[in-house]
Design a protein around this ligand. Structure first.
Ligand SMILES: [Zn+2]
Length: 562
């Protein structure tokens, strides 16, 4: 019999649906719904689900990662009576051998976890189970969420966007360091191999040290670090500079001439979300940032025989953006100019027109390789065509949003309009970026175009969630169970944001209620799962609200040439 414990999937299925072939997605949804099926019908339901997952694999000749992943992870959780465990083992082993075919390495999290589960339950190999469990990052088998995310969150060291990895993106010349902290590090060996040139300085000195020492250990004999080029003066791109400063090679640091303007923005921003940079981060790490060389116009420099073009840009994240372009390598280090939040969401910054203008600058350079400050940005905005199609549609969206703001529409009305560019089909490469950016674009433009009072009565009161929650108990006389039930119904209807709002209020009003605590956690967990593939900042904040870290996964062999 299938119990919820065997199918630990009160989980909603929000895992990169656009990339899951439809049959596999259907199979996953069916599996996750199994516990809602009445007992007499459940066996038939599961057998039909098995057929669906089998069909998905055979129609794709067993060569599509997500179909093998879906079948392997579901089959591994079915009771032995269904006879699916050998197939699960085959699929999961295949996924391990073909991790490069995964949408990204975050999908390996569940593969390792289910391998550990099979080792433990079926093979009674506890040493093997422990090895796989360590790779999955999970401390034990008590995991109720389905996470395919590449992200991890830790109180001490903050958020990472990708599993730890050092890639030789241009063999012997350019190294990319992912997953050591919030921000990517890049190091370039100059043409005459006399010096190493760093792009950006990371978030914290301890992270910079770990990353740089890992690079030196993986590739011994690299030349000394003589130069660091800073793409913009945000916390996470200059915070580690003190580590590099004390190296014997004493690198010279280049940044935009207006870096201090951006730095003062960063220093004034509320420091209310420790899971971003970790508790080890301190503003002291950025407060005294001073470059040795400042750039205020397009400037060509030559370092160790390597020509580097430094190109100031105005947008779209900070006014002190600097493109770093290597013409001979046709490689652009773009920083965060195309960050989907249009600047940090906590700071009054971001420049939509600047972003569009910067895309035109990229198009003029026509680089073959574009590397951004964070792994997902590099993955998504990896070519000029994607940037151009995205910029075109962002321009259309900007005009529509500004028009609506102008006639007094409030933020909720603009979101509800579901603005879709009429010629979106002609710019297919813009579809995923708009999914990531549209809601943030509305919020950023709304904040930039309005004051502290909005349409109707918006902004007139100053009631917090705690104060609004008073109505539940004191005036509506609802018990904690009634409130928890109502929130559960909101979830069942798909009203996730509404459920989150009320769960937050209820948590303040019924602090001792187990029912409210449980539904509150469920709501936050569903938000985290919903955003795990495409909105890292929401993922971080919901994880913070849950008080629940997400451990990094460890993929075997973290050095690669690609
Ligand atoms: Zn950044």
């Amino acid at each position: 019999m299938i119990s919820p414990a065997v199918l630990p999937i009160t989980k909603t299925c929000n895992v990169g649906m656009s990339t899951v072939p439809p049959l596999s997605a259907l199979g996953l949804l069916r599996a996750q719904n199994a516990q809602n099926i009445s007992l007499p019908r459940r066996i038939g339901w599961v057998r039909e689900t098995i057929r669906t997952l089998d069909d998905a694999v055979s129609l794709s000749q067993g060569r599509v990662f997500v179909t093998r992943w879906a079948r392997g992870t579901v089959f591994a959780q079915l009771p032995g009576v269904f006879g699916t465990r050998q197939q699960a083992l085959d699929d999961l082993t295949w996924c391990e051998a073909h991790s490069a075919a995964a949408p990204h390495l975050g999908w390996m999290r569940e593969v390792y976890f289910q391998r550990a589960h099979l080792k433990h339950e079926v093979e009674h190999d506890d040493a093997g189970a422990a090895k796989y469990l360590a790779q999955s990052g999970y401390p034990d088998f008590n995991m109720k969420e389905l996470l395919t995310t590449p992200f991890s969150s830790d109180e001490q060291t903050g958020h990472t966007f990708a599993p730890q990895k050092i890639s030789e993106v241009l063999p012997g010349r350019i190294y990319a360091l992912s997953g050591f902290e919030f921000t990517e590090y890049y190091f370039i060996v100059s043409k005459d191999r006399s010096q190493l040139i760093g792009i950006d300085a990371g978030t914290r000195p301890d992270a910079a040290k770990t990353a740089f020492e890992a690079l030196s250990a993986a590739y011994p004999g690299l030349p000394p670090l003589k130069t660091i080029l800073v793409t913009h003066a945000h916390w996470d791109h200059v915070g580690g500079v003190h580590y590099f400063r004390q190296l014997p090679s004493a690198p010279r640091v280049y940044a935009r001439s207006n870096y201090a303007e951006e730095l003062s923005h960063s220093l004034r921003a509320p420091q209310s979300h420790p899971l971003f940079f970790g508790q080890r981060f301190t503003l002291d790490d950025i407060r005294d940032f001073h470059p040795d060389v400042v750039v205020d116009r397009p400037t060509d420099i030559t370092l160790g025989g390597t020509t580097i073009r430094l190109l100031p840009i105005d947008g779209g994240e900070t006014p002190d953006g600097l493109f770093i372009y290597l013409p001979d390598e046709s490689t652009l280090f773009a920083g965060d100019f195309v960050m989907p939040y249009f600047g940090a969401p906590f700071v009054n910054e971001g420049n939509v027109d600047g972003l569009i203008a910067a895309v035109a600058q990229v198009a003029a350079l026509a680089p073959q390789h574009i590397y951004s400050g964070h792994a997902p940005l590099t993955r998504i905005f990896h070519d000029v065509a994607t940037l151009q199609q995205t910029a075109k549609q962002i321009g259309w969206l900007r005009d529509e949003i500004v028009k609506m703001i102008g006639v007094g529409a409030d933020r909720a009305t603009i979101h509800a309009r579901n603005l879709i560019p009429p010629d979106l089909a002609e710019t297919p490469l813009a579809q995923l970026p708009l999914l990531l950016m549209r809601e943030n674009l509305i919020d950023r433009l709304y904040a930039q175009h309005t004051g502290y009072w909005g349409a109707g009565l918006q902004g007139m009161d100053s009631l917090s969630d705690d104060q609004l929650g008073v109505a539940l108990r004191r005036y509506l006389h609802l018990s904690d169970r009634q409130v928890a039930d109502a929130i559960r119904q909101m979830l069942a209807q798909g009203d996730l944001d509404l459920a989150t709002r009320y769960a937050t209020q209820a948590a303040s009003q019924y602090p001792d209620s187990a029912a409210v605590a449980e539904i509150h956690r469920t709501v936050l967990s569903q938000q985290r799962q919903k955003y795990q593939e495409f909105d890292p900042f929401r993922f971080i904040i919901y994880s913070e609200a849950m008080g629940s870290r997400v451990p990094a996964i460890h993929t075997p062999g973290s050095h690669s040439t690609n």
